[in-house]
Write a protein that binds this ligand. Structure first.
Ligand SMILES: *[C@@H]1O[C@H](CO)[C@@H](O)[C@H](O)[C@H]1NC(C)=O
Ligand SMILES: *[C@@H]1O[C@H](CO)[C@@H](O)[C@H](O)[C@H]1NC(C)=O
Ligand SMILES: *[C@@H]1O[C@H](CO)[C@@H](O)[C@H](O)[C@H]1NC(C)=O
Ligand SMILES: *[C@@H]1O[C@H](CO)[C@@H](O)[C@H](O)[C@H]1NC(C)=O
Length: 474
C-alpha cells in the first residue's frame, strides 16, 4: 500500500480510484480464469469419459481378435490406436516389388477413424445418380467427366455429350437404400472356396454380392451357391459382360470405374440394371474389389457375411476358384484388415479354418457397443477441432440440395433394344419406399427423406446431402 499523507488530498482520491479499479480488474481476471478452468475441466471430464468408453471398446476388440484371429493378436497403443500382429515365425512370402520388402507382420490401425468411416457407410448411397451430379458443385462439369473414358477432354465442356454418355447408367435417384436387406453374403473369388461347401448357406442370404467374372453355375454350386443379385465389376470386365452374365437377366451390375461408348453399346443389348459405383477414389490406385464390395453391401445390408477372401493364415498365393493362380494381392495385410473389420462389427468372416467351428458371434462387439464407441470417437474428434460435438445424421453434410420426389427419368438409352426395353432393368429405380423392408422405411423417415453421398473417396466430413421434396401426388 502506498503511503498517503493528508496534504495530498487530490492525489489520495486518485489512488483510491486506482485501487478500486485494480480490485475490479483482479476480481474479473479471477472470475474469467476460474470459468476458463471450469470449462477446461468440464471438457477434460467429458474427454476422459469418452476415452474410457474407447478403452473399453479397444479391449473388446482385443478379445475378439484373440478369439477369432487364428493366431493374430492386438496390442493396444492408446484409446484410438492398436497394432495387429501375426505370430512370430509367420512366413511372409509376399514380396512387395514397389517397396522392395516382404510383407510386414505388424499392422497399425486407428480404430476411432475406422469406426467413424465404416459406420458412416451404413447411411450412404453408393451408386452414382443424376441428383448427385446436379447437387454437387461442378458435378456435371468436373466429376462427370472423370467417370467417362475416351471423352477427349478432362471436363464436360459439352454437357449434352456427357449426359448422352452417362444416361444409360445414370438413375435419377438412388436405386438402393440403406437397410434394404437384412443379411447379405459377399462372395470373393478365392480358391479357398473349393475347400468348403458354403453354397446353400450363401444362397440363404437376402442378397448375394459377387465380383468380376466369378462364374455361378451347377459346377460350382455347392461351393459358391447359385443366387445372384449384385456384381461389382471393373472396367476391364465390361468387354465380356455378356459372358459374365450368362444365365442371369436381372443380376445388378455395378461398374467400379468408368463408362465409355463401347460399353454403352453393350448395355443396349443387356436386360440387366447397370450402374456406376459412387465413392471411389479416382486419383489413387483403386482399393481391392473386396473393400469396395463391403462398402457397397454395407450401404444396403445390416449384416455382411464374407466368403472367399483368402483370410486364413498360411496363404501364400492368390488363387481363384475357377482359374489358375493370379498374382495381385497382399495376403497378410488384407487378412489383418478383414480381421479388424470383423472385430468392429462390419463383417463376419467365413473360411475353411473356421467352417468347422460353431457359429458363435458373441465375441464380436454388439451394435450398441459399436454405436457408443462411434459416438465417443465423434465427440472427441469434434472437441479437438473446437467444433459442435452433437452428432446428428446431418453433421457431415457439406453440400445440400433439394429435388422433387418424382425427379428425373429412369436411366436407359434413347435407342435401346427390345431386350432392354422389355426387361426389368428399371425395376430398382421405380421401387417405392413403401415396398421396402421396415428398417429401411424407418431409416428413410428418420433421415427426413435425405440421401447421403460421399463427395470424395474416404473423406469423412464432406457429404453431399439431397433432400427429396414431397409432391402432391406422392
Ligand atoms: C516359407 O515359404 C516359402 C515359399 O513358399 C518356402 O520355400 C519356405 O520353406 C517357407 N518357410 C517356412 C519356414 O515355412
Ligand atoms: C455436343 O454434344 C452433342 C451430343 O453428342 C452434339 O450433338 C453436339 O454437336 C455437341 N456440340 C458441340 C459444340 O460439339
Ligand atoms: C420382370 O419381372 C416380372 C415380375 O417379377 C416377371 O414376371 C417378368 O417375367 C420379368 N420380365 C423379364 C423380361 O425378365
Ligand atoms: C445413420 O442413420 C441413423 C438413422 O437411421 C442415425 O440415427 C445415425 O446417427 C446415422 N449415423 C451416422 C454415422 O450418420
Amino acid at each position: 500500500m502506498p503511503r498517503v499523507s493528508p496534504a495530498t488530498g487530490g492525489r489520495r482520491s486518485t489512488v483510491v480510484i486506482l485501487l478500486c479499479a485494480a480490485l475490479v480488474f483482479s476480481i474479473s481476471v479471477l472470475s474469467i480464469q476460474s470459468s476458463f478452468f471450469a470449462r477446461v475441466s468440464r471438457s477434460d471430464q467429458r474427454d476422459s469419459e469418452d476415452i474410457q468408453i474407447l478403452y473399453d471398446f479397444q479391449s473388446n476388440v482385443q478379445q475378439c481378435v484373440a478369439k477369432r484371429g487364428l493366431g493374430l493378436t492386438a496390442d493396444i497403443t492408446d484409446y484410438c490406436n492398436l497394432v495387429l500382429k501375426f505370430p512370430e515365425g509367420t512366413n511372409s512370402t509376399w514380396y512387395n516389388a514397389q517397396f522392395k520388402i516382404f510383407e510386414p507382420l505388424e499392422y497399425k490401425y486407428n480404430v476411432c477413424e475406422a469406426v467413424l468411416l465404416w459406420e458412416q457407410y451404413r447411411n450412404m448411397t453408393t451408386v452414382l445418380t443424376r441428383e448427385y451430379l446436379d447437387v454437387r458443385p461442378d458435378g456435371w462439369f468436373d466429376y462427370a467427366a472423370k467417370r467417362i473414358a475416351q471423352l477427349g477432354s478432362d471436363k464436360c465442356y459439352n454437357r449434352s455429350l456427357c449426359e448422352e454418355l452417362l444416361h444409360p447408367i445414370l438413375p435419377a435417384k438412388a436405386p438402393f437404400h440403406p437397410r434394404q436387406f437384412g443379411m447379405c453374403a459377399v462372395v470373393g473369388n478365392s480358391g479357398d472356396l473349393l475347400k468348403t461347401e458354403f453354397g446353400e448357406e450363401i444362397d440363404a442370404h437376402d442378397a448375394v454380392f459377387r465380383d468380376n467374372e466369378a462364374p455361378v453355375n451347377e459346377k460350382y454350386a455347392k461351393h459358391v451357391g447359385l443366387k445372384r443379385n449384385f456384381r461389382l465389376v471393373v472396367r476391364g470386365g465390361a468387354r465380356n459382360m455378356g459372358e459374365i452374365l450368362k444365365g442371369s437377366s436381372d443380376e445388378v451390375l455395378i461398374i467400379k470405374s468408368v463408362t465409355h461408348r463401347d460399353f454403352n453399346r453393350a448395355i443396349r443389348e443387356l436386360p440387366n440394371p447397370i450402374y456406376l459405383f459412387q465413392g471411389i477414389v479416382l486419383r489413387r490406385g483403386a482399393k481391392g474389389t473386396g473393400m469396395k464390395s463391403i462398402e457397397l453391401a454395407l450401404s444396403m445390408c445390416d449384416i455382411i457375411d464374407m466368403y472367399g477372401f483368402t483370410v486364413d493364415p498360411g496363404y501364400t498365393e492368390w488363387t481363384r476358384y475357377f482359374s489358375e493362380p493370379k498374382k495381385g494381392h497382399n495376403p497378410l495385410q488384407g487378412r489383418a484388415y478383414y480381421q479388424l473389420l470383423e472385430c468392429l462389427g462390419v463383417i463376419r468372416i467365413h473360411s475353411p479354418m473356421r467352417s468347422k467351428r460353431t457359429e458363435d458371434w458373441s465375441n464380436i462387439p454388439t451394435k450398441d457397443a459399436v454405436k457408443r464407441a462411434h459416438a465417443a470417437a465423434y465427440r472427441l474428434k469434434k472437441r479437438q477441432l473446437s467444433q459442435p460435438e452433437e452428432l446428428t445424421p446431418f453433421s457431415n453434410c457439406k453440400v445440400w440440395g433439394t429435388v422433387s420426389q418424382n425427379y428425373g427419368p429412369v436411366s436407359g438409352s434413347g435407342d435401346m433394344t427390345e431386350t432392354r426395353r422389355n426387361s426389368n432393368y428399371s425395376k430398382w429405380e421405380l421401387l417405392p419406399i413403401s415396398s421396402l423392408r421396415e428398417e429401411a422405411q424407418e431409416h428413410y423417415a428418420q433421415m427426413g427423406r435425405v440421401s447421403q453421398y460421399k463427395m470424395d473417396g474416404n473423406k469423412l466430413d464432406d457429404l453431399v446431402c439431397v433432400k427429396h421434396e414431397l409432391t402432391s401426388n406422392s
